[in-house]
Design a protein around this ligand. Structure first.
Ligand SMILES: *[C@@H]1O[C@H](CO)[C@@H](O)[C@H](O)[C@H]1NC(C)=O
Length: 180
């Protein structure tokens, strides 16, 4: 009697808890899905937001913060890469273009993105939007330096392009915060 009661109780517990936990993840995926659909690069957006399951992404604000911090990591890595290339290159024109890109990335990594993250934390979404659009401009100007040149093939490969897409995604997410 006792044993069958406890097994009954366990069944009830399972019945209650299984749909609860799975609906939590469903809700999370649904949120990420909804947010990423309103950005220009859906696949990139979802892959980043799903890649760190330990970071809570329960609302638009936490999602925006995860995205900005991800760009900060990615842009810092790109800046290190650019600085490494500057040291190696012997081509003057290439060196100048790379130096121009490093100058674009330094304020983005040191000030603009950390300020955007702080602003999101403090619910100052207008300022966060301003910071991110500034980052968009800086990263685009690095890209143009290579696109505008016939003789230079960008040694940055897709790195700058990825950062460019990431800031576009973050900008679209912060616009949603501003509307909400
Ligand atoms: C930058 O982002 C791209 C695309 O998500 C990824 O493949 C790459 O590993 C990232 N690099 C760093 C250092 O986070």
């Amino acid at each position: 009697m006792n044993r069958s009661f406890s097994s009954f109780a366990i069944h009830i517990l399972l019945l209650i808890s299984i749909p609860f936990t799975s609906s939590q993840t469903d809700e999370n995926n649904n949120l990420i899905d909804q947010i990423c659909k309103k950005t220009p690069f859906y696949d990139l957006c979802t892959s980043i937001l799903n890649s760190n399951p330990l970071t809570p992404k329960t609302d638009l604000k936490s999602v925006a913060l995860v995205m900005v911090n991800n760009i900060l990591t990615n842009a810092s890595d790109t800046l290190n890469y650019i600085e490494g290339l500057i040291k190696k290159t012997s081509d003057r024109e290439m060196e100048q273009a790379l130096a121009f890109c490093a100058e674009s990335y330094i304020p983005v990594v040191k000030y603009t993105l950390p300020q955007a993250a702080d602003a999101i934390t403090q619910n100052r979404f207008g300022f966060a939007s301003y910071c991110v659009s500034d980052a968009v401009k800086e990263v685009n100007s690095c890209n143009k330096k290579f696109l505008g040149s016939v003789t230079l093939l960008s040694p940055l490969g897709d790195r700058n392009g990825i950062v460019q897409k990431l800031v576009d995604v973050a900008s679209a997410i912060i616009k949603q915060l501003l509307k909400g």
